[in-house]
Design a protein around this ligand. Sequence first.
Ligand code: 5AD
Ligand code: SF4
Length: 563
Amino acid sequence: MNSRPLILYFGSFNPVHTGHIAVAEAALRHFDGQADLWFMLSARNPFKAEADMWPDERRWALLNEALAGRAGMRACDMELHLPRPSYTVHTLEQVRAQEGTARPLYLLMGEDNLEKFTAWRSFETILDWCRVLVYPRATPESGAPDRAVGGTEAVPRLPESLAAYAHRFILLRGALLPQNSTYIRQGAARPQSLIGHTPADWAKCLQWRGAQAEALREAAREVKLATVGSQVYLRGLIEYSNICRKNCYYCGIRSGNPSVSRYAVTEAEVLTAVENAYRAGFGSIVLQSGERQDAAFIDTIERLLRQIARLSEGRLGVTLSLGEQTRETYERWRAAGATRYLLRIETSNPALYAQLHPEDHRFDDRIKALEALKAADYMVGSGVMIGLPGQTEADLAGDLAFFRDFGIDMVGMGPYIEHRDTPLYARRHEIPTLAERYELSLNMLALLRLIMPTLNMAATTAMASLHPQGREAALRIAANVIMPNITPGRYRENYFLYENKLCICGSEQDAKDNIEALVRSAGCELRYFEKGDPKHYYDRVANPAPVAPSDNKSDGVDHFKTL
Ligand code: 5AD
Ligand code: SF4
């Protein structure tokens, strides 16, 4: 028989926020932590106009995320499965059937519920089965009243109709945070009035500097906290090989650069790095390399994937970043354990793409590869370079529209940084200054978080190469993924995509420690042993967009406007 007190906290948690957590903590403190507390998520009422209510799955996912690792707290979706409309008394009946009638039950609610409590169905039965923990209501304006006084149990101020039940009510002590869901939802909705709806509006926002840029980034931060939260996921980046069959004009390891000494990390070294990363708490790893399509390469990757899945018993997320491949290759690697794939579009403007690549690197092939990844059920990542010669704000706004319209789940984007051994170096006078590229990049990250709140976004190494606090800034306003380099040290100097590429040399443990300090200074929380899949992917597969035929347009950008 379970006699441990069980506190039931009913709510729509739309979305859950720090105020709810503070209330729950105060309730658990009342029992010196010797109690359980369930957040009882209430269902969205399909018959009522609740335009403001986020879908059950989204609220459920956010709730679980917020409660992960919190002692004594868990989320309960019982009400989502009970007949509608749901009455508290019916849910309590179910809880009693499940937990036994001897388990002491407590309802946790705000004092603003007391006035109408006698209108609740079978309120006397409810009070017979449960005692009620009442927390004082705090508003964003008033701040939190601190009712903490000496003595033992206090009784809240009750309406006349409840006077006879005073012994069933307990007033919780302690200040509660001035926070409420409406306030957060408005914050999440406000961006549209701030940034507008169209790529033309976004192009203007990209030019904001000073106070306007601050407002943009602050809005992004609010939305980030309300949707993906302050969690940051770790991906260990292994630069597997710098051998590349391509010759992109901006890239230091392009095949046409004879001064690069080419390498491929051995399979044994990859596995050691993976194992160390896994032990150090990395939730996933990224295998990145120049592009190769030969059978030996495809086989090696497949073999590595199977070995990685075996050594981590499938618990380590694996992302590939190995360029354009056929659908069959993508499917083989998917079957061998890779679940995510990064393939940057580099720019969504086909004309600009053509200026950055030799003729046989076709924009359409890149689009087809991204479509093949989607079809092979990968979580699809993409990205662009910011501040390229010839690139306009309208191009960058088009990139944001591309991510949205294609339904990209993860984005890694950062500044373009020139490399002297590349053809594009000749156009170095056409690019914005370092400081300008940095400002533009931060605005891009902030806008994307506002446009696509649930995707995963990386704080890229290129950001750090532009500004010493580049990655912190990215995490603070928008990013939720960080990819420390865990390539075996002896190879690192040969993976110079661009100049001044930051190279933190050291072990997986060192990388992790450095990153931990960096994430903390951005006001975020580093998550270990968690894959941190993008929520956007689950939303996307739950609500697939109609797929437009891929072979009737030569212009990839128009093509996406039809989706
Ligand atoms: N500056 C910034 N990013 C670059 N990349 C390649 N060269 C550069 C550069 N000069 C990026 C590309 C590519 C990824 C592996 O590295 O976006 O997709
Ligand atoms: Fe190869 Fe990628 Fe560099 Fe292009 S950007 S040359 S595909 S490594």
